[in-house]
Design a protein around this ligand. Structure first.
Ligand SMILES: NC(=O)C1=CN([C@@H]2O[C@H](COP(=O)(O)OP(=O)(O)OC[C@H]3O[C@@H](n4cnc5c(N)ncnc54)[C@H](OP(=O)(O)O)[C@@H]3O)[C@@H](O)[C@H]2O)C=CC1
Ligand SMILES: CC(=O)C(=O)O
Ligand SMILES: [Mg+2]
Length: 619
């Protein structure tokens, strides 16, 4: 297609529709038409109110059968819809019924994705139609009726049923099969091919007011390893939760996958693979691309856009967080979000297992992002309580990696993030030995390897503790260190158990046991909302503690009676509002908030900021 539209400024896209006044007072020549000489071609375009067919095909505004009689008249919808006028509730009932008909979870995932908007057409009722590109987008997207508000209504109202579908565990399978199930693009793909042009690529995204970006490079997708470009399912899923659980407007959310290749041979040889067919770029080439990306993000969206790093491999994750933590509003969900959710669960569990946080001894299987991130936040909280130096608190926390217990004799060969945990101890090579010699009161799995909490390990925990606290954090379900059933059976019903991916209640010796879901999904939506609503410019560890404290406070007596250390996800909007308020309060206290003056009642303010999926009436 010949397109000679001349952007006004370097890299500025044709889809930038925000009207600007120019120095002389008129409207800016955004599309370069006034400046075009006679020999230059200009694309004819028109502003139009979305109506008729295009309104039905716009996922942000589509209501399907719920368009009212008045709207059908006003928006040229007569005849395009059958006569019945449905309510959103009835649409929801029908769709839930349809989704429940699918027996295969991946089919449910695909049905949900078919409903969700993936790319927002140009924003607002008033938008530009470029005949050629818009038509081709419509054809590309297929004829599926997409309806963003209905998607979020379903997810919010049926969160416990649908969370495992759009999030872990099913999203893991979706990523593994992404190439085969791929129908239309979701999110923004930035590959090595876009090197030097990332700012332009960002400008191709049709939304301008972005508040939260979730970005992955696909190298450590859940516990499934390197899925390359197919990791896109994760940012898409995380951002769906940002809107559904945390109330951040969907149009303000931008999922991004950075494709620097993959070392996954299976994908490289898969004819349906959607990413770059090359080995991963590393070193300078990798960091230069990431730097260009981070600079372009700040240039395009400003200082207050939140960038959430997700599922990067640990050899890059810690470095990126340290590097950009001082210049950007960044947050690593796997290191920091996980830490906050686990600390909350442990603090809440103290009511059931007894003792204070510093009185407990922790043993981790897995010393990567999640393991060391959690360990550090627990140590920080212990130190706040005891007023002892953090080095002292760390001594209560032990970690096992693939080579055994992390001890001082290994210090020289350890990655930097493991070094603070190299305590004085003789070498111990297995988890079971470590449980026997360290005698932890809390056992946390963050290894990404399933079935590693064996019967022997759980029995050893039970022998040492009246009520062992066992957290199997690895995702998806196939990678869980043990199942809920195993935890209750092997501990003879004594364990308090929570896991990264959900397990159904378990009946053991006539009693029903409920396990919680220790997943950062409790934290990041509310945490992000708190940052956005306060206009925070940096993330601080105390904000993670604030989020954790707010979550722990939401556990009720009724939850405790069931053995739960997390509140149910069905209350998540209320939980997120409380987390957001606590995080925002900390941002104001630390002088990191720019949204001034500080709202008096931050919980109410958080609630008032939250996106609602209810249909709007169109004039
Ligand atoms: N529930 C939740 O909210 C979250 C769950 N997770 C899950 O946690 C898991 C780990 O994630 P992350 O920390 O980022 O991954 P990393 O790759 O950073 O760390 C994995 C760690 O596990 C260790 N490990 C691997 N295999 C074994 C083994 N057989 N025995 C002992 N240790 C082993 C590795 O050892 P070595 O260093 O020697 O290679 C490494 O220390 C994933 O499954 C992920 O899905 C992550 C974030 C949030
Ligand atoms: C939950 C999550 O972030 C993970 O498993 O990576
Ligand atoms: Mg993750």
């Amino acid at each position: 297609m010949e397109n000679t539209l001349k952007p006004l400024r370097d890299g500025e896209s044709v889809l930038d529709l925000s009207p600007r006044s120019c120095v002389g007072g008129g409207v800016e020549d955004v599309y370069g038409e006034d400046r075009a000489t006679e020999d230059q071609l200009v694309t004819p375009w028109t502003f139009s109110v979305a109506s008729g067919y295009s309104l039905m095909r716009d996922p942000q505004y589509n209501k399907g059968l719920a368009f009212t009689e008045k709207e059908r008249d006003a928006h040229y919808l007569r005849g395009l819809l059958p006569p019945v006028v449905s309510s959103q509730q009835l649409q929801e009932k029908k769709l839930m019924h349809n989704i429940r008909q699918y027996e295969v979870p991946l089919q449910k995932y695909m049905a949900m994705m078919d409903l969700q908007a993936c790319i927002h057409p140009p924003t607002h009722h008033c938008y530009m139609i470029l005949a050629t590109s818009y038509l081709s987008m419509m054809l590309f997207c297929g004829q599926q009726e997409r309806n963003e508000r209905l998607f979020y209504k379903l997810l919010i109202d049926n969160v416990e049923e649908l969370l495992p579908i759009v999030y872990t565990p099913v999203v893991g399978e979706a990523c593994q099969k992404y190439g085969s199930i791929f129908k239309r693009p979701q999110g923004l793909y930035i590959s090595l091919k876009e090197k030097g042009k990332i700012l332009e690529v960002l400008k191709n995204w049709p939304e301008r007011s972005i508040q939260v970006i979730v970005v992955t490079d696909g190298e450590r997708i859940l516990g499934l390893g390197d899925l390359g470009c197919q990791g896109m399912g994760i940012p898409v899923g995380k951002l769906a939760l940002y809107s559904a659980l945390g109330g951040v407007r969907p149009s303000a959310c931008l999922p991004i996958t950075i494709d620097v290749g993959t070392n996954n041979e299976k994908l490289l040889n898969d004819e349906f693979y959607i990413g770059l067919r090359q080995k991963r770029a590393t070193g300078k080439e990798y960091y230069d691309l990431l730097h260009e990306f981070m600079s372009a993000v700040k240039q395009n969206y400003g200082e207050k856009v939140l960038v959430q790093f997700e599922d990067f491999a640990n050899h890059n994750a810690f470095e990126l967080l340290a590097k950009y933590g001082t210049t950007h509003l960044v947050f690593n969900d796997d290191i920091q979000g996980t830490a906050s959710v686990v600390l909350a669960g442990v603090v809440a569990a103290l009511k059931l297992i007894g003792g204070t946080l510093p009185e407990h001894t922790f043993l981790f299987l897995g010393a990567g992002e999640a393991g060391t991130g959690i360990a550090e936040l627990i140590a920080l909280e212990m130190s706040k309580q005891t007023k002892a130096p953090i080095e002292e608190s760390r001594k209560k926390i032990w970690l096992v990696d693939s080579k055994g217990l992390i001890v001082s004799s290994r210090v020289n060969s350890l990655q930097h993030f493991k070094k603070p945990w190299a305590h004085e101890h003789e070498p111990v090579s297995t988890l079971i030995e470590a449980v026997k010699v360290i005698k932890p009161t809390v056992l946390i799995g963050s290894s990404g390897v399933g079935k590693t909490f064996t019967k022997e390990v759980v029995e050893a925990m039970t022998a040492n503790n009246k009520i062992p606290l066992i957290l199997a954090l690895s995702n998806p379900t196939s990678q869980s260190e043990c199942t809920a059933e195993e935890a209750y059976q092997w501990s003879e019903g004594r364990a308090i158990f929570a896991s990264g991916s959900p397990f159904d209640p378990v009946e053991y010796k006539g009693k029903v046991y409920y396990s919680g879901q220790a997943n950062n999904a409790y934290i990041f939506p509310g945490f992000g909302l708190g940052l956005v609503m306060s206009g925070a410019i940096r993330v601080h560890d105390d904000m993670l503690l604030a989020a954790s404290e707010a979550l722990a406070k939401q556990v009720t007596e009724e939850n405790y009676k069931k053995g739960l250390t997390y509140p149910p996800f069905s209350d998540i909007r209320k939980i997120s509002a409380n987390i957001a308020a606590n995080v925002a309060a900390k941002a104001y206290e630390l002088g990191l908030a720019t949204h001034l003056p500080r709202p008096q009642d931050l919980v109410k303010y958080a609630e008032s900021c939250m996106y609602s999926p209810l249909y709007r009436n169109y004039r």
